[in-house]
Design a binder for this molecule. Structure first.
Ligand code: SF4
Length: 360
């Protein structure tokens, strides 16, 4: 049974310099989009009790609370639900955050990215450090007891010291969850066409990553996934659903979903989505080999890693024998405890390289 859903809100006031997400500045299409999004949910959602719902973007905090309430009213939730809404700290009023909390959203993820105004400017963010602080204060006052921030490292001109300072600030704000991402310059972004100077190289990004881990550990955060840190009991249940290779709905343009062993996505264009919001594209039926590979490469992203007993039960294979060569090639990056394999911190650092070896 599906118990998770993702909803994409594809609007932003302007594009950040590194952005390759499906986000557009045509905010005038918002009402049409919400109407079609509701239509899609009404047609495809089968009424299961959801444990997690994630409203991401784009900038979901550009929505009116009435839109959010309208979308939420289409779902049934489990008593122990987690509903996350991504917010950008751009002029968010305390009244809006209060209404957001009252609407039933119980977790927010703030796109902070850095606690350094100069670096925020370089990556083209619209907000300032002061805006982040105000958002955290207003969110706490509104009643939110589960707040996450996103931080980016590897920004042009950023030093390891700058990264440390941002992470320490996030930790000292006593937030429940911190996600950190290394900046990637990808086709489609402003930075791709206008390559910035002073980009930290791979070695420096690695130093930044290790520094982040060290600081978060010192402040009592659990490094539960390659890029994610949480206080006790505040692991993102929604993301855990992805890493546990479980099924989920994807609603809205550019969203991806996984239902009945089929992975699918939606077209990225808002206009095309609104022409037929029920149109699913890139349908891909998962066979046993693919399911096994997903179980391994998603599972090894987590600090708890993967269970060889579970792999045997699910796929009838002996993990140690089948992957003997990879396990021995990267032996110093793996920890084995009872029936579980997990990656070390240095293993996380080169996880792309290790995980790709498990894919046929
Ligand atoms: S706020 Fe997020 S989605 Fe919007 S432009 Fe910036 S990076 Fe892209």
């Amino acid at each position: 049974m599906i118990t998770s859903a993702y909803i994409h809100i594809p609007f932003c006031r302007r594009k950040c310099n590194y952005c390759t997400f499906a986000s557009f500045t045509e905010i005038n299409l918002k009402n049409t989009y919400i109407n079609n999004l509701c239509k899609e949910i009404q047609h495809r959602y089968k009424g299961e009790k959801l444990k997690t719902l994630y409203i991401g973007g784009g900038t979901p905090s550009l929505l009116d609370i009435s839109d959010i309430k309208r979308v939420l009213s289409l779902f049934v939730f489990d008593s122990d639900y987690e509903i996350t809404c991504e917010v950008n700290p751009e002029n968010l009023s305390s009244a809006w955050l209060q209404s957001l909390f009252q609407s039933g959203i119980n977790r927010i993820s703030i796109g902070a990215q850095s606690f350094n105004d100069k670096l925020l400017k370089i990556i083209g963010r619209k907000h300032s450090v002061k805006d982040i602080f105000n958002t955290v204060i207003n969110a706490r006052n509104a009643g939110f007891s589960n707040i996450s921030v996103d931080l980016i490292y590897g920004i042009p001109n950023q030093s390891v010291c700058d990264v440390s300072s941002s992470v320490i600030t996030a930790c000292e704000l006593d937030l429940e969850h911190i996600s950190t991402y290394g900046l990637k310059i990808e086709p489609g972004s402003f930075f791709y066409k206008n390559l910035p100077k002073n980009l930290p190289d791979e070695d420096m990004q690695a130093d930044m990553y290790l520094k982040i881990n060290e600081i978060c550990h010192k402040y009592g955060y659990h490094h539960y996934e390659i890029s994610n840190f949480a206080k006790k009991n505040f692991i993102s249940k929604h993301n855990l659903n992805y890493w546990n290779a479980k099924e989920y709905y994807g609603f809205g343009c550019a969203s991806a979903g996984y239902e009945n062993l089929v992975r699918y996505s939606h077209l990225s264009s808002i206009e095309k989505y609104c022409l037929n919001p029920l149109n699913l594209t890139d349908l891909f039926v998962l066979n046993t080999q693919y399911l096994l590979e997903e179980y391994i490469f998603l599972g090894l992203r987590k600090a708890e890693g993967i269970s060889t007993n579970e792999i045997y039960k699910k796929f009838n294979i002996n993990f140690d024998n089948k992957y003997e060569k990879i396990l021995s090639k990267y032996s110093k990056y793996f920890v084995k405890t009872n029936d579980r394999y997990s990656l070390t911190e240095n293993g996380f650092l080169i996880s792309n390289c290790i995980l790709s070896e498990f894919i046929n």
